[in-house]
Design a protein around this ligand. Structure first.
Ligand SMILES: [Ca+2]
Length: 144
């Protein structure tokens, strides 16, 4: 073995070591990739969830608009609003086979005693949380 051989072996060893390091991912790189994937999955599922809630809100608004039309018709016929929504079904103003539920399959809130002249009855949904008086409540009077 001479000096020249030693230098070449040393060089080869260095080159081989660098290639080996390039071939695999470091733990930090893998952790980073997994963290980014986690964030992307979280964002995607949050958006899907949001879409589902929007669809339920829209379904609730559509149901309430249908009921509002029936309530107006009942009021024209009887000069009063019905004591409950089932009366609209009995009067054949609403489809009796269609449940009077919101998008979350909960009963709609109805009260023939309204708050004012402009809002002669209360018709709404407690929204996704199912609780009254929270931000996600839907009222027929705020539906555009
Ligand atoms: Ca609510």
């Amino acid at each position: 073995m001479n000096v020249r051989d030693n230098i070449e072996t040393g060089k080869r060893g260095q080159v081989a070591g660098r290639a080996a390091r390039r071939r695999g991912f470091s733990l930090i790189e893998l952790t980073l990739v997994l963290a980014i994937m986690g964030v992307l999955i979280a964002v995607a599922s949050f958006n899907l969830l949001g879409q589902g809630e929007k669809a339920k809100t829209r379904a609730t608004q559509t149901t309430m608009a249908t009921i509002r039309t029936a309530l107006d018709q009942y009021n024209l016929d009887n000069s009063a609003f019905p004591p409950d929504l089932a009366t609209l079904q009995a009067a054949k103003l609403l489809d009796a086979n269609k449940p009077l539920k919101d998008g979350w399959n909960r009963d709609l809130v109805y009260d023939p005693r309204g708050r004012s002249r402009e809002q002669p009855y209360i018709l709404g949904s407690n929204g996704s949380d199912g609780m009254a008086g929270t931000e996600d409540d839907i009222s027929v009077w705020t539906v555009k």
